[in-house]
Design a protein around this ligand. Structure first.
Ligand SMILES: [Zn+2]
Ligand SMILES: [Zn+2]
Length: 193
């Protein structure tokens, strides 16, 4: 019946949903999979991530195990974002490590973060998302030694001579500085006598 065929079809046409019919209940069988797929939406953090649709090179091994299908491998991608210190754009290659066990049956023991084989397919999208996000720094920098911006005037510290600084006096000393200035200007008069 056509209804049955539809029920077996993956819910999403995303390439990240991979058919594993050959691996279900076939412990011991394994195969490799190499593909370039467009990045899904929202892989990364608001400050650093993969632009949706950009190519991601996936190189994984699919292994039939007793509990389901074990996925191990890598995803090569480009991270795009902004330096948290100098606000310059960042574009850097990144290799995400992918490792996930997709269960043939839901496990009653731990009901969180379970990845299941659904309609004889596995969904690599959340696996990619988790692998990228957990590896990202909270405050990305364009270079480890990026000097950032001047806290006072906002200029890029690399664009100005070393030692760029603004003279700032503690308000408590400002009054004293005034006194010192007045004394200095009055000194010549004293010497004239
Ligand atoms: Zn920077
Ligand atoms: Zn400054």
């Amino acid at each position: 019946m056509s209804v049955d065929r539809n029920a077996r079809r993956p819910a999403s046409e995303s390439p990240w949903r991979v058919p594993v019919k050959d691996l279900v209940h076939s412990a011991g069988i394994q195969r490799t999979l190499r593909h370039t797929w467009p990045a899904p939406e929202q892989v990364g953090t608001p400050v650093l991530g993969v632009v949706a649709g950009e190519p991601v090179d996936v190189d994984i091994r699919l292994e039939a195990v007793h509990e389901g299908v074990l996925v191990t491998g890598t995803a090569d991608l480009t991270l795009t974002g902004e330096c948290s210190r100098c606000l310059d754009p960042i574009e850097a290659g990144h290799t995400a490590d992918l490792q996930e066990l997709f269960l043939a049956e839901p496990s009653p023991e731990d009901d969180e973060d379970q990845h299941l084989i659904v309609y004889e397919t596995i969904d690599l999208e959340p696996v990619l998302r988790d692998a990228v996000v957990t590896a990202l720094p909270f405050q990305p920098v364009c270079r480890p030694d990026c000097e950032g911006l001047c806290a006072d005037c906002g200029v890029r510290l690399e664009d100005v001579p070393a030692g760029h600084a603004h003279e700032r006096l503690d308000p408590r000393w400002a009054a004293l500085a005034d006194l010192v200035d007045r004394e200095k200007t009055s000194t010549p008069e004293t010497e004239e006598r």
